[in-house]
Design a protein around this ligand. Sequence first.
Ligand SMILES: C[S@@+](CC[C@H](N)C(=O)[O-])C[C@H]1O[C@@H](n2cnc3c(N)ncnc32)[C@H](O)[C@@H]1O
Length: 218
Amino acid sequence: MPDDARFLPQYDSYIETLFAGEDAALREIRERALVAGLPEINVSPSEGRLLELLARAVGARRVLEIGTLGGYSAAWLARALPADGKLVSLEIDAHHAEVARESLRRAGLSALVEVRLGPAAESLARMGADEPFDLVFIDADKDGYEGYLKQVLPLVRPGGLILADNALGAKHVASGAKTGIARYNAAVAGNPGLCSMMIPVFRGEGSVDGLLVSVKTG
Ligand SMILES: C[S@@+](CC[C@H](N)C(=O)[O-])C[C@H]1O[C@@H](n2cnc3c(N)ncnc32)[C@H](O)[C@@H]1O
């Protein structure tokens, strides 16, 4: 195996082939989204597997996702849940929500996943902390991330995870501009109630982004 950044695509496919091969149901969810005209901005299979792994590692029974799109990451996360588990996924776009619901139904995951339509900030404001989440995955409008962090902190159990996608996206952090992602990363890094680390992830064909992983310690 070469040890040079020029070979990132080979590392990417090596890791995906070994650890994150899609089965027919996952492939169908991705393909249905494309056919329905949804943008191809879902997580990669490698990141999907990482989400599943993290959900399993914390024994997740209740998961919250912000940004459903076609239900691809929701499917990876839902597969980590026990039969009586629950994933609530928030989506602002009615067409995306409709495609996701049907794809998740076809994948046999409807009993586990509820797609809630509306702006995430409004859906979050209606949630109580009486049934806390074990894991939250933030993957929606980047300018909203910092606000979502404030809203989800009381909704996550101590020891639970808050995950944020695109946290290392070049356009978001490399320029040094105070983008929504840069503000989110700084807020997380400076929060004494969180233990956090950036995990670089492959996004297909060797391009790299980051999943910012935070454990709620306080
Ligand atoms: C990057 S995609 C999510 C990808 C999905 N997590 C996956 O990997 O399969 C972002 C989604 O967030 C939704 N979104 C954007 N702004 C939102 C908001 N304010 N509230 C809820 N959803 C929003 C978009 O419509 C889009 O479907």
